[in-house]
Design a protein around this ligand. Sequence first.
Ligand code: NAP
Length: 274
Amino acid sequence: MSRSSTETASFKGKPVRERRHLLILGGTGEARALAAHATAQFARDLRVITSLAGRTRSPAALAGEVRRGGFGGADGLAAYLRATRIDFVIDATHPFAARISATAQQACALLDIPLLTLSRPAWVKEEGDHWIDVADAAEAAIHLPALGHRAFLTIGQRDIAAFAGVGGVHFVVRLVDPPLGALPLASYELLVGRGPFTVADERLIMERHAIDVLVSKASGGASTAAKLAAARVLRIPVIMLRRPPQETRISVAGIEDALAWIERKLEHSQEVVP
Ligand code: NAP
């Protein structure tokens, strides 16, 4: 699929390197940072397009180009990759966005397009942490009443319905966007906010709302880690939803490594014909 170096254009008789096209599957702070660095570092050689699912109403500004909305599964993504002449893909989506990651694996394998996964490092338990590891929101809901009565729910909107049947618990729910309707919870209040948060912010929320249990996804990364430090200090248990398993072939944990991968791909694909 990747364009060959023989497609090199010429200007005034001299070979001009054609820009390669990178698609970043985004929706995370890491994807935003990668787009900023990649556009700055490879401006001459690379067109950078970030794809967003379109869930957040006012996403933070992104360097390079942006497209929004689902592709329509692996076939849809493959059609987009072909039409946009994408040379490389970096999946920098959230560790819990398992469907789009699987879709990217399939579409890139189909077209033989190099795919890199940028996966933020998992959080590591520290002394004083009391984490209850669960498979998903349904299992979290089962454990919750035995652990506390005022829960700080920080798992996004999609899985909240799993807690609908939980009795005797008041929820403090934090979301990036205000929900369009009422949440399916018997007793709750809403906080709207987007990370990064500080430990002081998180501690204040937990103290002000008399939180006695935190529910979190094992998202990893620095942007939302402060709640774990606050829970540690306040000796609050954390119900931690495990990351869904993902089949990744080439994976890096940081922006620097992703940029080095891009650089290698550019060197490999842009050998100018003399
Ligand atoms: P998901 O379950 O893996 O994806 C659901 C569907 O949304 C996909 O099948 C795809 O639709 C579309 N989609 C997802 N990410 C996309 C992207 N970057 N560009 C274009 N289409 C995309 O994902 P999710 O958990 O709903 O997350 C949606 C977005 O929010 C992701 O970009 C992710 O990085 C971000 N996010 C997710 C979480 C989380 O906890 N899940 C947290 C923070 C940010 P089609 O099948 O039609 O292509």
